[in-house]
Design a protein around this ligand. Structure first.
Ligand SMILES: CC(C)(COP(=O)(O)OP(=O)(O)OC[C@H]1O[C@@H](n2cnc3c(N)ncnc32)[C@H](O)[C@@H]1OP(=O)(O)O)[C@@H](O)C(=O)NCCC(=O)NCCS
Length: 184
């Protein structure tokens, strides 16, 4: 089972000539990274908005994911500049399935198709390198960018948790989506 150990030590996934993903470790935490997590515009469609983040809490989070056998926390990098994160996990190794979540903290990088490229690469990594056969995600009904990007990456709506969340004083749905590779 312990498949994660093969991917420590500055493991990188190249996206294209400018972008790459790498497993985050404590030395990658910066004030800029902390500031994204305290930016309502970045976190409003995630549960992170309910927490106050500081350097220490982010260090702890990164270290917890680094040592976890069930989670891969990747930083998204543009020419060595950390611009966001994408996480694969928790992974249910027994079931060959996993959750995926992501954000781009540097807002000038929104709408350039980066999330799409990163999600596709993580799917390939999960399916080809980790033998995963199912990848799940969930998003707020009001998160149109996630809706669009996940659809473009081949995710299909599998369920709607009606009225599960509160977003800006309104009750909204949680949309559950999943990706099943062809060779399932
Ligand atoms: C969600 C997020 C990662 C998308 O990243 P991205 O790199 O901008 O995504 P992409 O450029 O690959 O695709 C976004 C698509 O959604 C569209 N989009 C963006 N905002 C939108 C909006 N408010 N309404 C409708 N469509 C929107 C874009 O136009 C683009 O579509 P296109 O390719 O047809 O032009 C980014 O917006 C983000 O980090 N948001 C905050 C955190 C977050 O919501 N994380 C996901 C939690 S489930």
């Amino acid at each position: 089972m312990h498949k994660k150990k093969n991917f420590y030590n500055d493991f990188k996934i190249n996206i294209d000539e400018n972008y790459f993903l790498k497993i985050l470790k404590k030395s990658d935490v910066s004030e800029k990274y902390v500031s994204w997590l305290n930016d309502y515009e970045v976190t409003k469609f995630t549960e992170q908005k309910y927490y106050k983040h500081d350097f220490k809490s982010v260090l702890n989070f990164v270290q917890e994911k680094y040592i976890s056998e069930k989670e891969f926390l990747f930083g998204i990098y543009f020419n060595n500049q950390h611009i966001g994160n994408i996480k694969l996990g928790p992974i249910k190794w027994e079931h060959k399935s996993a959750e995926i979540s992501f954000f781009i903290g540097e807002k000038i990088f929104w709408g350039k198709g980066i999330a799409k490229k990163c999600i596709k690469k993580i799917i390939d990594f999960g399916v080809e390198e980790l033998s995963l056969r199912k990848i799940n995600a969930g998003y707020y009904q009001t998160n149109f960018a996630s809706n669009k990007v996940l659809k473009k990456c081949g995710f299909k709506v599998e369920g709607i948790r009606k009225s599960d969340l509160i977003f800006e004083n309104k009750r909204i749905d949680l949309i559950l989506v999943g990706y099943i590779p062809n060779n399932n």
